[in-house]
Ligand binder design. Sequence first.
Ligand code: NAP
Length: 377
Amino acid sequence: MATTSSSSGDNEASKIKKQCLGWIEWFRGWFCLIYEMLFQRIMASHLHNPMPLPPINDLTCIVTGSTSGIGLEIARQLAQAGAHVVMAVRNTKAAQELIQKWSVDSAGLGIALNVEVMGVDLLSLDSVARFAEAWNARSAPLHVLINNAGIFSIGEPQKFSKDGYEEHLQVNHLAPALLSVLLLPSLIRGSPSRIVNVNSIMHHVGFVDAEDMNITSGKRKFSSLMGYSNSKLAQVMFSSVLNKRLPAESGINVLCVSPGIVQTNVARDLPKIVQSTYRLVPYFIFNAQEGSRSTLFAATDPQISEYCELLKADEWPVCAFISQECRPANPSEEAHNIQTAYEVWEKTLEMTGLPSDALEKLLEGENVKCRYGHEQQ
Ligand SMILES: NC(=O)c1ccc[n+]([C@@H]2O[C@H](COP(=O)([O-])OP(=O)(O)OC[C@H]3O[C@@H](n4cnc5c(N)ncnc54)[C@H](OP(=O)(O)O)[C@@H]3O)[C@@H](O)[C@H]2O)c1
């Protein structure tokens, strides 16, 4: 009798949906963040700066948000190492100016750059869908998609895109997810290929309620920290399911990376006084070149495919996560929550206007239309 009531009690308990991180997970998350901030330089002391890259002349790489910070460094170094780089940016003029500058720098070294610019605004899912359509129309292979662009509107009130989604969620998760799915035909053409998501150690303090990804239910009070960390956790969860659902034969691997704590324009919304303090601690904080190393490693290291395939064969619940010191790391405990990850997957497809069988159709070579991308510019 006692056993029956306790097991039914357990069932009841398992039915109660987790509403937030447990305090141990929350404490562990903040510990990881502070530890990374204090010791990242020591942990990454074995890495060269800039990071030497293997031969990549045959690679075509799309880098989002490559006009500033980490993305700028990623695009510059890939281009100077010989890759064909597509700068997917919202400020196309700034990107053209950067190419001119890099070309002058490289001409002295006898290197001809192969870089081009394509416009995309991640705050508009129409723009994302149009970008993917334009790229796929070339019928060219894509070897590496680097979802780097991101925002952290520190201290700002909750804002929504014209698509109706909370801005951190849209720029850091929904738009890169849509781009990744829509570009699959080109990634299949470029196979073996990779999707590298520039994530963050801050996903450790994130919590995603798939029923309330937009944080509008009123159950939780929005803060920019919550918006940012939740969007990064949603990205790890979506990437894990995408990676799992892509069969090994597709040759496409999906990874997330942590760039470390990096001095970039990401803190542009901080009060000036805090920004000055932030610049006063260069010993602890990476510069953009140092912050680009884990992504460059994930995008180009030949052993990455083998590692990802091993995780896939082991049915590991999460995708590969590369730390700021270019080593395999474990994402947060919450990222291993398979049930939520599948809910995030389904909800993301719904929010981005993709059919629930989009992946299967694309893998079979069929055309997939999403709800976005038909509006005229
Ligand atoms: N810095 C850090 O400590 C840190 C730590 C962990 C993770 N990260 C991640 O690293 C990535 C790069 O950030 P960062 O530090 O290099 O910041 P950043 O200097 O602010 O660069 C962000 C880039 O994203 C672009 N972007 C922002 N909103 C966009 C939109 N709606 N459409 C298209 N592009 C957009 C920006 O374009 P504009 O120049 O036009 O604004 C910029 O090129 C982000 O995903 C961030 O979350 C950074």
